[in-house]
Design a protein around this ligand. Sequence first.
Ligand SMILES: C[S@@+](CC[C@H](N)C(=O)[O-])C[C@H]1O[C@@H](n2cnc3c(N)ncnc32)[C@H](O)[C@@H]1O
Length: 215
Amino acid sequence: MVIRSFLAKQLGYPSGFFGRLVMKLLNKSNAEMNDITFTKLNIQPGDFILEIGFGGGYLLNKIATSQIPSLIAAIDPTIDVIKMGNKKFKHQIKQKYLELKQASAESLPYNNRYFDKICTVNTIYFWSDPKLVLDECNRVLKLNGKLVICYNSPVFLEKTKLTQHGFKTYEPENLELLMQSSGFTDISTISADGGTSNEVFYCTCGTVTYINSRK
Ligand SMILES: C[S@@+](CC[C@H](N)C(=O)[O-])C[C@H]1O[C@@H](n2cnc3c(N)ncnc32)[C@H](O)[C@@H]1O
């Protein structure tokens, strides 16, 4: 119980030695979720991309080494994640190809209609206000901009007992409804199986086709 609570905290806000270790392990265990997210982004030359909650940087690295987009930005609220990222991506940061900021999904530090695509993997469980996050994504995405969200199934998270430690779960239908109410259309979800421990996960995509009236 104590170990699981410690692990849950490290997954949400990785810090110190164990945080670094957990992020390295996540780069391996979440590779398939991040690979599917990369494919769904369908990055085109000229794209401005934002990743929310980049953790150990597996997906960020994949996007950066593809050399396809024009600009890559990433945020994470955890200072140790930013420090690790600053080291790992120092060359791309120096070249102004990639920028990292300490921030949360609930308050994106960017101008309106700035990005072509936004992605986030395994962060939705920690959002304090999912509607606010989706409104923020609408605000910083250009019209026809795409949002890709990848997350484990409630069944899997219950099995791992992470739900007992504050992880919020989402069925795809619930997330899709929330996305609709934040101005996204063309919403679709695929499910996949991570291969181990019946790890079913979902990848939900949507497009901004109208600007949310609250913004
Ligand atoms: C479980 S890790 C996932 C990391 C990576 N995306 C992956 O799939 O391996 C969760 C990450 O989300 C970040 N995070 C937690 N709360 C967040 C929030 N409200 N907004 C954005 N990121 C958040 C954490 O700091 C951490 O880096």
